[in-house]
Design a protein around this ligand. Structure first.
Ligand SMILES: Nc1ncnc2c1ncn2[C@@H]1O[C@H](COP(=O)(O)OP(=O)(O)OP(=O)(O)O)[C@@H](O)[C@H]1O
Ligand SMILES: [Mg+2]
Length: 262
């Protein structure tokens, strides 16, 4: 169960947005995708789940060109939670999550108890069971995000692609969603802005800068003071958490930030 990109590029209007990226998500592991705004994270994720066609290179699912995988098989295997997902406003929470079951049902099959169980289990896992019947457009930003994650879970994917899933979430829900993803044991590629969360939850990290992969490997290899300063333009000190993970301290004086280059 692996998803990989080999020398993948994509651009538009003559501009290279993703340039020659090679990476692989190890089965059952979490690969974190980090990089500054506009570095190409969302564009790369869209290529990985075939929402966009590569200009060159190849995306492979278990060694097969993803372009050759049937739409139905892809929808059964791979779930994607977008950075700014929108949903029809007249739906209620359970309807949104039910959409995740679509690839598992044949056109004529009626809604089954197993489908309903998958929906209920997914809502429970993101702590949204009590909002089952609430209208989508009345949810808060963080609640919407959790419902979209529930939709992806109801899909029971073997590959999960998440674009900033912690967006809008309070700290407790950020931690619980990432813990949940770890426990799922599915192959996951997740774009994150919070470097400490990436260090805490990801098995491997890929760092994008201006569309190119500039570092990849374990959090210990990628998250160095020099690399963070060079790519993000921020001075940091690297320490360790109690569990031995990397901890990034930002060396910022809030009263004079921006007056001197880091
Ligand atoms: N369809 C498009 N047409 C033109 N430019 C695009 C298109 N899609 C992406 N871009 C540009 O490509 C660059 C990368 O965008 P992308 O959304 O992949 O960045 P990102 O790393 O996800 O950023 P963020 O951290 O802000 O989410 C941006 O400069 C964006 O404006
Ligand atoms: Mg993005």
């Amino acid at each position: 169960m692996t998803l990989s990109a080999r020398d993948v590029s994509w651009g538009t209007s003559g501009r290279m947005i993703v340039g020659g990226v090679t990476l692989e998500a190890a089965p059952g592991k979490i690969l974190g995708l980090i990089g500054p705004n506009g570095s190409g994270k969302s564009s790369l994720l869209r290529l990985l789940c075939r929402l966009r066609k590569v200009s060159s290179g190849v995306v492979e699912l278990d060694g097969r060109d993803i372009g050759q995988v049937s739409r139905r098989e892809l929808a059964r295997r791979l779930a994607f939670v977008e950075q700014q997902a929108t949903t029809e406003i007249q739906l209620c929470v359970c309807d949104v999550v039910r959409l995740g079951r679509t690839p598992h049902r044949s056109a004529l099959a009626s809604w089954s108890a197993a489908d309903e169980q998958a929906v209920d289990a997914a809502l429970a896992r993101v702590g949204m069971s009590e909002r089952h019947d609430q209208l989508w457009h009345t949810l808060s930003g963080g609640e919407r995000q959790r419902v979209h994650i529930a939709r992806a879970l109801a899909q029971t994917p073997s590959e999960l692609i998440l674009d900033e899933p912690t967006n809008h979430l309070d700290i407790q829900h950020q931690l619980s969603i990432l813990t949940l993803v770890r426990r799922l044991g599915v192959t996951c590629i997740v774009a994150l802005h919070d470097l400490n969360l990436a260090a805490l939850f990801c098995d491997e990290i890929a760092l994008l800068h201006e569309g190119r992969l500039v570092a990849s490997g374990t959090p210990e290899t990628v998250l160095t003071e020099e690399t963070i300063r060079r790519v993000f333009g921020v001075a940091v000190r690297i320490g360790a958490t109690a569990s031995g993970r990397r901890h990034i301290e930002y060396l910022v004086d809030p009263d004079c930030y921006g007056e001197a280059a880091p």
